[in-house]
Ligand binder design. Structure first.
Ligand code: NAP
Ligand code: F7E
Length: 374
Protein backbone atom coordinates (compact mmCIF):
# COMPACT_ATOMS: atom_id res chain seq x y z
CA UNK A 1 0.00 0.00 0.00
CA UNK A 2 1.43 3.39 -0.96
CA UNK A 3 1.54 6.14 1.63
CA UNK A 4 -1.01 8.94 1.40
CA UNK A 5 0.15 12.54 1.56
CA UNK A 6 -2.11 15.56 1.85
CA UNK A 7 -0.61 18.86 0.68
CA UNK A 8 -2.30 22.15 1.50
CA UNK A 9 -1.04 24.95 -0.75
CA UNK A 10 -0.39 22.53 -3.62
CA UNK A 11 -1.05 25.25 -6.20
CA UNK A 12 1.88 27.33 -4.89
CA UNK A 13 5.58 27.16 -5.78
CA UNK A 14 6.55 24.54 -3.19
CA UNK A 15 3.38 22.51 -3.82
CA UNK A 16 4.52 21.86 -7.39
CA UNK A 17 8.00 20.64 -6.45
CA UNK A 18 6.82 18.68 -3.42
CA UNK A 19 4.01 16.92 -5.29
CA UNK A 20 6.49 15.84 -7.97
CA UNK A 21 8.90 14.51 -5.34
CA UNK A 22 6.20 12.55 -3.51
CA UNK A 23 4.72 11.11 -6.73
CA UNK A 24 8.22 9.92 -7.70
CA UNK A 25 8.50 8.25 -4.31
CA UNK A 26 5.25 6.37 -4.94
CA UNK A 27 2.92 8.35 -2.68
CA UNK A 28 -0.75 8.80 -3.36
CA UNK A 29 -0.87 12.60 -3.41
CA UNK A 30 -3.95 14.60 -2.40
CA UNK A 31 -3.88 18.35 -2.97
CA UNK A 32 -6.09 21.02 -1.43
CA UNK A 33 -7.04 23.73 -3.91
CA UNK A 34 -9.15 26.80 -3.26
CA UNK A 35 -12.17 27.63 -5.31
CA UNK A 36 -11.18 30.87 -7.06
CA UNK A 37 -12.59 32.58 -10.13
CA UNK A 38 -9.37 32.19 -12.13
CA UNK A 39 -7.33 29.09 -12.95
CA UNK A 40 -5.13 28.36 -9.95
CA UNK A 41 -3.79 25.14 -11.50
CA UNK A 42 -1.87 27.12 -14.16
CA UNK A 43 1.43 26.88 -12.28
CA UNK A 44 1.10 23.10 -11.93
CA UNK A 45 0.16 22.86 -15.60
CA UNK A 46 3.27 24.83 -16.57
CA UNK A 47 5.39 22.59 -14.33
CA UNK A 48 4.01 19.19 -15.37
CA UNK A 49 3.05 20.10 -18.94
CA UNK A 50 -0.35 20.43 -20.59
CA UNK A 51 -2.95 17.85 -19.74
CA UNK A 52 -1.28 17.04 -16.43
CA UNK A 53 -4.62 16.89 -14.61
CA UNK A 54 -6.12 14.49 -17.15
CA UNK A 55 -4.16 11.56 -15.70
CA UNK A 56 -5.46 12.45 -12.21
CA UNK A 57 -2.11 11.61 -10.58
CA UNK A 58 -2.74 14.37 -8.07
CA UNK A 59 -6.12 13.98 -6.42
CA UNK A 60 -7.47 17.48 -5.95
CA UNK A 61 -9.99 18.40 -3.27
CA UNK A 62 -11.53 21.82 -2.77
CA UNK A 63 -10.67 23.26 0.61
CA UNK A 64 -9.50 26.26 2.55
CA UNK A 65 -7.49 26.29 5.77
CA UNK A 66 -9.80 28.99 7.16
CA UNK A 67 -12.70 26.50 7.03
CA UNK A 68 -12.55 24.00 9.91
CA UNK A 69 -15.45 21.72 8.91
CA UNK A 70 -14.14 21.37 5.36
CA UNK A 71 -10.60 20.62 6.58
CA UNK A 72 -11.81 18.09 9.13
CA UNK A 73 -13.99 16.35 6.55
CA UNK A 74 -11.04 16.08 4.14
CA UNK A 75 -8.74 14.57 6.75
CA UNK A 76 -11.48 12.16 7.85
CA UNK A 77 -11.94 11.03 4.22
CA UNK A 78 -8.25 10.69 3.30
CA UNK A 79 -6.70 9.64 6.64
CA UNK A 80 -3.31 10.77 5.37
CA UNK A 81 -0.02 9.32 6.59
CA UNK A 82 1.58 12.72 6.12
CA UNK A 83 0.22 16.27 5.96
CA UNK A 84 2.35 19.06 4.51
CA UNK A 85 0.82 22.37 5.55
CA UNK A 86 2.07 24.76 2.88
CA UNK A 87 -1.10 26.87 2.62
CA UNK A 88 -0.49 30.49 3.54
CA UNK A 89 -0.99 34.10 2.67
CA UNK A 90 2.75 34.08 2.13
CA UNK A 91 3.51 37.63 1.02
CA UNK A 92 5.13 39.67 3.80
CA UNK A 93 4.24 43.10 2.35
CA UNK A 94 0.60 42.03 1.76
CA UNK A 95 0.37 40.85 5.38
CA UNK A 96 0.59 44.51 6.47
CA UNK A 97 -2.49 45.21 4.33
CA UNK A 98 -4.40 42.10 5.44
CA UNK A 99 -3.14 41.29 8.94
CA UNK A 100 -6.29 39.60 10.25
CA UNK A 101 -6.74 37.38 7.21
CA UNK A 102 -3.05 36.48 7.31
CA UNK A 103 -3.38 35.41 10.95
CA UNK A 104 -6.54 33.44 10.22
CA UNK A 105 -4.84 31.53 7.43
CA UNK A 106 -1.21 31.28 8.59
CA UNK A 107 -1.67 30.95 12.36
CA UNK A 108 -5.10 29.37 12.85
CA UNK A 109 -4.79 27.30 9.65
CA UNK A 110 -2.06 25.21 11.29
CA UNK A 111 -4.15 24.84 14.44
CA UNK A 112 -7.22 23.71 12.47
CA UNK A 113 -5.25 20.95 10.79
CA UNK A 114 -3.60 19.78 14.01
CA UNK A 115 -6.88 19.82 15.89
CA UNK A 116 -8.62 17.88 13.11
CA UNK A 117 -5.93 15.19 13.26
CA UNK A 118 -6.31 15.00 17.05
CA UNK A 119 -10.11 14.95 17.23
CA UNK A 120 -10.27 12.31 14.49
CA UNK A 121 -7.99 10.09 16.61
CA UNK A 122 -5.26 10.12 13.94
CA UNK A 123 -2.53 11.53 16.18
CA UNK A 124 -0.50 8.31 16.10
CA UNK A 125 -0.95 7.79 12.35
CA UNK A 126 -0.66 11.17 10.67
CA UNK A 127 2.65 13.03 10.58
CA UNK A 128 2.42 16.81 10.27
CA UNK A 129 4.83 19.22 8.57
CA UNK A 130 4.45 22.93 9.25
CA UNK A 131 5.93 25.39 6.74
CA UNK A 132 7.74 27.66 9.17
CA UNK A 133 9.99 30.44 7.99
CA UNK A 134 13.14 32.48 8.52
CA UNK A 135 10.75 35.46 8.94
CA UNK A 136 10.44 34.20 12.54
CA UNK A 137 13.97 35.56 13.15
CA UNK A 138 13.00 38.98 11.74
CA UNK A 139 15.14 41.54 13.53
CA UNK A 140 17.89 38.99 13.96
CA UNK A 141 19.38 38.44 17.40
CA UNK A 142 22.49 36.67 16.08
CA UNK A 143 24.05 35.58 12.79
CA UNK A 144 23.85 33.03 11.35
CA UNK A 145 20.46 31.88 12.68
CA UNK A 146 20.06 28.37 14.10
CA UNK A 147 17.20 26.40 15.66
CA UNK A 148 18.18 28.03 18.99
CA UNK A 149 18.20 31.67 17.83
CA UNK A 150 15.43 33.67 19.57
CA UNK A 151 12.56 34.77 17.33
CA UNK A 152 11.69 38.43 16.65
CA UNK A 153 9.09 38.62 13.86
CA UNK A 154 8.68 41.94 12.05
CA UNK A 155 5.37 41.59 10.21
CA UNK A 156 1.84 40.22 10.64
CA UNK A 157 3.08 37.33 8.45
CA UNK A 158 6.01 36.62 10.76
CA UNK A 159 3.85 36.95 13.89
CA UNK A 160 1.23 34.59 12.42
CA UNK A 161 3.85 32.02 11.48
CA UNK A 162 5.19 32.31 15.05
CA UNK A 163 1.86 30.94 16.30
CA UNK A 164 1.99 28.22 13.63
CA UNK A 165 5.46 27.25 14.82
CA UNK A 166 4.58 27.05 18.51
CA UNK A 167 1.23 25.33 18.08
CA UNK A 168 3.04 22.62 16.11
CA UNK A 169 5.54 22.21 18.96
CA UNK A 170 2.67 22.26 21.45
CA UNK A 171 0.68 19.45 19.77
CA UNK A 172 3.87 17.40 19.60
CA UNK A 173 4.54 17.88 23.31
CA UNK A 174 0.92 17.68 24.50
CA UNK A 175 -0.44 14.79 22.44
CA UNK A 176 2.68 12.92 21.30
CA UNK A 177 1.95 13.78 17.66
CA UNK A 178 4.67 13.60 15.05
CA UNK A 179 4.50 17.30 14.28
CA UNK A 180 7.57 19.17 13.04
CA UNK A 181 8.62 22.56 11.71
CA UNK A 182 10.87 23.23 8.77
CA UNK A 183 12.27 26.73 9.34
CA UNK A 184 12.94 27.41 5.69
CA UNK A 185 14.89 30.41 4.48
CA UNK A 186 13.88 32.08 1.20
CA UNK A 187 13.72 29.62 -1.66
CA UNK A 188 12.97 30.46 -5.23
CA UNK A 189 12.55 28.96 -8.71
CA UNK A 190 11.01 29.85 -12.07
CA UNK A 191 7.66 29.02 -10.41
CA UNK A 192 8.07 31.69 -7.72
CA UNK A 193 5.08 34.02 -7.33
CA UNK A 194 5.49 37.08 -9.56
CA UNK A 195 5.54 39.69 -6.78
CA UNK A 196 8.30 38.16 -4.64
CA UNK A 197 11.51 40.07 -5.20
CA UNK A 198 13.53 37.49 -7.18
CA UNK A 199 10.77 36.72 -9.67
CA UNK A 200 9.76 40.36 -9.94
CA UNK A 201 13.37 41.08 -10.92
CA UNK A 202 13.79 38.25 -13.44
CA UNK A 203 10.40 38.92 -15.05
CA UNK A 204 10.95 42.67 -15.40
CA UNK A 205 14.59 42.52 -16.49
CA UNK A 206 13.77 39.96 -19.18
CA UNK A 207 11.09 42.25 -20.56
CA UNK A 208 13.38 45.30 -20.33
CA UNK A 209 16.24 43.56 -22.14
CA UNK A 210 13.90 42.58 -24.98
CA UNK A 211 12.25 46.02 -25.19
CA UNK A 212 8.84 45.20 -23.68
CA UNK A 213 9.36 47.47 -20.64
CA UNK A 214 11.60 50.39 -19.73
CA UNK A 215 12.28 50.28 -16.00
CA UNK A 216 12.10 48.10 -12.87
CA UNK A 217 10.81 49.85 -9.71
CA UNK A 218 12.15 48.47 -6.43
CA UNK A 219 11.96 48.94 -2.65
CA UNK A 220 14.86 48.22 -0.28
CA UNK A 221 17.59 46.86 -2.55
CA UNK A 222 20.09 46.66 0.31
CA UNK A 223 18.27 43.95 2.23
CA UNK A 224 20.05 40.61 2.32
CA UNK A 225 18.63 37.13 2.00
CA UNK A 226 19.85 33.55 2.13
CA UNK A 227 18.35 32.30 -1.15
CA UNK A 228 18.11 28.62 -2.07
CA UNK A 229 16.22 26.61 -4.70
CA UNK A 230 12.73 25.25 -3.97
CA UNK A 231 13.65 21.88 -5.52
CA UNK A 232 16.30 21.33 -2.82
CA UNK A 233 14.07 22.59 -0.02
CA UNK A 234 11.09 20.26 -0.62
CA UNK A 235 13.49 17.33 -0.25
CA UNK A 236 14.21 18.63 3.28
CA UNK A 237 10.45 18.80 4.03
CA UNK A 238 10.10 15.13 3.17
CA UNK A 239 13.21 14.14 5.15
CA UNK A 240 11.90 15.97 8.24
CA UNK A 241 8.83 13.69 8.26
CA UNK A 242 10.89 10.49 7.77
CA UNK A 243 12.87 10.82 11.03
CA UNK A 244 12.40 8.59 14.09
CA UNK A 245 11.64 11.61 16.22
CA UNK A 246 9.80 14.80 15.31
CA UNK A 247 12.15 17.79 15.47
CA UNK A 248 12.44 21.28 14.00
CA UNK A 249 15.10 22.14 11.43
CA UNK A 250 16.63 25.25 9.86
CA UNK A 251 16.90 24.80 6.09
CA UNK A 252 19.18 27.33 4.38
CA UNK A 253 22.29 27.67 2.22
CA UNK A 254 24.42 29.54 4.79
CA UNK A 255 25.20 32.26 2.20
CA UNK A 256 23.60 35.64 1.79
CA UNK A 257 23.33 38.15 -1.03
CA UNK A 258 21.70 41.57 -1.30
CA UNK A 259 18.76 42.31 -3.59
CA UNK A 260 21.19 44.50 -5.55
CA UNK A 261 23.52 41.53 -6.03
CA UNK A 262 20.58 39.48 -7.29
CA UNK A 263 19.88 42.18 -9.91
CA UNK A 264 23.55 42.27 -10.95
CA UNK A 265 23.67 38.48 -11.34
CA UNK A 266 20.43 38.45 -13.36
CA UNK A 267 21.49 41.09 -15.93
CA UNK A 268 24.88 39.40 -16.29
CA UNK A 269 23.21 36.31 -17.79
CA UNK A 270 21.80 38.51 -20.56
CA UNK A 271 25.29 39.98 -21.11
CA UNK A 272 24.67 43.35 -19.39
CA UNK A 273 26.64 45.14 -16.69
CA UNK A 274 24.92 47.57 -14.35
CA UNK A 275 26.31 50.45 -12.26
CA UNK A 276 24.61 52.19 -9.35
CA UNK A 277 24.36 55.94 -8.90
CA UNK A 278 22.69 58.07 -6.21
CA UNK A 279 21.46 57.13 -2.75
CA UNK A 280 18.18 56.26 -1.03
CA UNK A 281 15.11 57.03 -3.13
CA UNK A 282 17.35 58.60 -5.80
CA UNK A 283 19.44 55.50 -6.39
CA UNK A 284 19.38 54.23 -9.97
CA UNK A 285 20.67 51.19 -11.83
CA UNK A 286 22.22 52.21 -15.15
CA UNK A 287 23.36 49.98 -18.02
CA UNK A 288 27.14 50.20 -17.95
CA UNK A 289 28.11 47.79 -20.69
CA UNK A 290 26.64 45.30 -23.13
CA UNK A 291 28.48 42.07 -23.81
CA UNK A 292 27.44 38.69 -25.19
CA UNK A 293 24.42 37.02 -23.61
CA UNK A 294 25.12 33.58 -22.09
CA UNK A 295 25.11 31.03 -24.91
CA UNK A 296 22.15 29.03 -23.60
CA UNK A 297 19.95 31.98 -22.61
CA UNK A 298 18.07 31.94 -25.90
CA UNK A 299 18.77 35.51 -27.02
CA UNK A 300 21.17 36.76 -29.66
CA UNK A 301 23.02 40.11 -29.21
CA UNK A 302 20.81 41.69 -31.89
CA UNK A 303 17.69 41.12 -29.78
CA UNK A 304 18.90 43.32 -26.90
CA UNK A 305 16.95 46.57 -26.92
CA UNK A 306 18.73 48.50 -24.14
CA UNK A 307 21.83 50.64 -24.61
CA UNK A 308 24.65 51.92 -22.42
CA UNK A 309 23.41 54.73 -20.14
CA UNK A 310 19.77 53.56 -19.98
CA UNK A 311 18.28 53.75 -16.47
CA UNK A 312 16.71 50.34 -15.94
CA UNK A 313 16.22 50.30 -12.14
CA UNK A 314 14.65 53.03 -9.98
CA UNK A 315 13.50 53.13 -6.36
CA UNK A 316 9.82 53.62 -5.50
CA UNK A 317 8.63 54.33 -1.93
CA UNK A 318 5.55 52.08 -2.23
CA UNK A 319 7.73 48.95 -2.19
CA UNK A 320 9.19 49.68 1.27
CA UNK A 321 7.61 47.89 4.27
CA UNK A 322 6.51 49.46 7.58
CA UNK A 323 9.11 47.26 9.31
CA UNK A 324 11.86 45.46 7.41
CA UNK A 325 13.85 42.27 7.89
CA UNK A 326 17.24 43.61 6.82
CA UNK A 327 19.36 40.49 6.88
CA UNK A 328 18.93 36.72 7.07
CA UNK A 329 21.53 33.96 6.97
CA UNK A 330 20.82 30.43 8.13
CA UNK A 331 22.97 27.73 9.64
CA UNK A 332 21.80 24.34 8.36
CA UNK A 333 24.30 22.24 10.41
CA UNK A 334 21.58 20.35 12.28
CA UNK A 335 19.85 19.39 9.01
CA UNK A 336 23.24 18.39 7.60
CA UNK A 337 23.98 16.14 10.55
CA UNK A 338 20.57 14.58 11.24
CA UNK A 339 18.85 14.62 7.84
CA UNK A 340 21.96 14.28 5.68
CA UNK A 341 20.61 17.31 3.79
CA UNK A 342 22.57 20.03 2.08
CA UNK A 343 21.61 22.44 -0.73
CA UNK A 344 22.78 21.36 -4.19
CA UNK A 345 21.79 24.31 -6.38
CA UNK A 346 24.03 27.38 -6.02
CA UNK A 347 22.95 31.03 -6.12
CA UNK A 348 24.35 31.68 -9.62
CA UNK A 349 22.57 28.61 -11.03
CA UNK A 350 19.30 29.65 -9.40
CA UNK A 351 19.45 33.17 -10.86
CA UNK A 352 20.39 31.77 -14.24
CA UNK A 353 17.52 29.28 -14.31
CA UNK A 354 15.03 31.97 -13.34
CA UNK A 355 16.13 34.61 -15.86
CA UNK A 356 16.45 32.10 -18.70
CA UNK A 357 12.91 30.92 -18.00
CA UNK A 358 11.59 34.51 -17.97
CA UNK A 359 13.51 35.47 -21.12
CA UNK A 360 11.72 32.58 -22.78
CA UNK A 361 8.37 33.95 -21.55
CA UNK A 362 9.21 37.44 -22.85
CA UNK A 363 10.23 36.01 -26.22
CA UNK A 364 6.90 34.21 -26.41
CA UNK A 365 5.08 37.52 -25.77
CA UNK A 366 7.04 39.22 -28.58
CA UNK A 367 6.38 36.33 -30.90
CA UNK A 368 2.65 36.46 -30.22
CA UNK A 369 2.60 40.25 -30.69
CA UNK A 370 4.60 40.41 -33.88
CA UNK A 371 4.40 36.96 -35.42
CA UNK A 372 8.20 36.80 -35.27
CA UNK A 373 11.22 38.70 -34.02
CA UNK A 374 11.81 42.19 -35.43
P1 NAP B 1 2.97 30.38 -2.41
O1 NAP B 1 3.55 30.14 -3.76
O2 NAP B 1 2.49 31.73 -2.04
O3 NAP B 1 1.75 29.33 -2.23
C1 NAP B 1 0.86 29.43 -1.18
C2 NAP B 1 -0.21 28.37 -1.36
O4 NAP B 1 -1.15 28.48 -0.30
C3 NAP B 1 -1.01 28.49 -2.67
O5 NAP B 1 -1.31 27.20 -3.12
C4 NAP B 1 -2.29 29.18 -2.21
O6 NAP B 1 -3.41 28.91 -3.03
C5 NAP B 1 -2.46 28.51 -0.86
N1 NAP B 1 -3.36 29.21 0.04
C6 NAP B 1 -3.35 30.51 0.38
N2 NAP B 1 -4.34 30.78 1.26
C7 NAP B 1 -5.00 29.61 1.45
C8 NAP B 1 -6.11 29.23 2.23
N3 NAP B 1 -6.76 30.11 2.98
N4 NAP B 1 -6.51 27.93 2.20
C9 NAP B 1 -5.89 27.04 1.42
N5 NAP B 1 -4.82 27.33 0.65
C10 NAP B 1 -4.39 28.61 0.67
O7 NAP B 1 4.00 29.93 -1.27
P2 NAP B 1 5.32 29.00 -1.38
O8 NAP B 1 6.47 29.89 -1.71
O9 NAP B 1 5.03 27.83 -2.16
O10 NAP B 1 5.51 28.62 0.16
C11 NAP B 1 4.86 27.48 0.72
C12 NAP B 1 4.75 27.65 2.22
O11 NAP B 1 6.05 27.81 2.79
C13 NAP B 1 3.95 28.86 2.67
O12 NAP B 1 3.30 28.50 3.86
C14 NAP B 1 5.00 29.91 2.97
O13 NAP B 1 4.53 30.83 3.93
C15 NAP B 1 6.12 29.04 3.52
N6 NAP B 1 7.48 29.52 3.32
C16 NAP B 1 7.89 29.90 2.08
C17 NAP B 1 9.21 30.29 1.90
C18 NAP B 1 9.74 30.68 0.54
O14 NAP B 1 10.80 31.32 0.48
N7 NAP B 1 9.08 30.30 -0.55
C19 NAP B 1 10.12 30.26 2.98
C20 NAP B 1 9.65 29.84 4.22
C21 NAP B 1 8.33 29.45 4.38
P3 NAP B 1 -3.77 29.80 -4.33
O15 NAP B 1 -2.92 29.26 -5.45
O16 NAP B 1 -5.21 29.54 -4.53
O17 NAP B 1 -3.44 31.22 -4.00
O1 F7E C 1 11.35 40.16 -0.30
C1 F7E C 1 12.99 43.41 -0.54
C2 F7E C 1 11.99 43.19 0.58
O2 F7E C 1 9.01 39.57 -0.91
C3 F7E C 1 12.72 39.95 -0.07
C4 F7E C 1 8.27 34.79 1.46
O3 F7E C 1 8.35 33.62 0.70
O4 F7E C 1 10.54 34.58 2.17
C5 F7E C 1 9.63 35.44 1.53
O5 F7E C 1 9.51 36.67 2.23
C6 F7E C 1 13.39 41.27 0.26
C7 F7E C 1 12.69 42.08 1.34
O6 F7E C 1 10.46 37.90 0.32
C8 F7E C 1 11.14 44.75 -3.34
O7 F7E C 1 11.79 44.40 1.31
C9 F7E C 1 12.96 45.22 -2.28
O8 F7E C 1 13.65 42.62 2.21
O9 F7E C 1 10.92 38.36 -2.02
P1 F7E C 1 10.37 38.99 -0.81
P2 F7E C 1 10.45 37.93 1.91
O10 F7E C 1 9.78 39.13 2.44
O11 F7E C 1 11.84 37.66 2.36
C10 F7E C 1 10.20 34.22 3.52
C11 F7E C 1 11.25 33.26 4.03
C12 F7E C 1 8.81 33.73 3.64
O12 F7E C 1 8.51 32.90 4.50
C13 F7E C 1 7.77 34.44 2.86
O13 F7E C 1 6.62 33.62 2.70
O14 F7E C 1 13.37 42.10 -0.91
N1 F7E C 1 12.43 44.11 -1.69
N2 F7E C 1 12.18 45.64 -3.27
C14 F7E C 1 11.31 43.79 -2.34
N3 F7E C 1 10.45 42.77 -2.17
C15 F7E C 1 9.39 42.69 -3.01
N4 F7E C 1 8.52 41.65 -2.86
N5 F7E C 1 9.18 43.62 -3.98
C16 F7E C 1 10.02 44.69 -4.19
O15 F7E C 1 9.83 45.51 -5.08
Amino acid sequence: MSKKALITGITGQDGAYLSELLLKKGYEVFGVRRRVSVDNLSRLREFYGPGFDADKKIKFRYGDVTDSPGITRLIAEIKPDEIYNLAAQSHVAVSFEQPEYTANCDALGALRLLEAVRTLGLEKKTRFYQASTSELFGKVREAPQTELTPFYPRSPYGASKLFGYWITVNYRESYGMFAANGILFNHESPLRGETFVTRKITLALSRIVLGLEKCLFMGNINSKRDWGHARDYVEAMWLILQQKKAEDFVIATGLQYSVKEFIEAAVKVAGLAIKWEGRGLSEKGIVDGIGRPARDCGIAPGMIKVKKGDVIVKIAPEFFRPAEVETLQGDFSKAGKKLGWSPKIKFAELVREMIISDLKLARRVIYLKTGGFQ
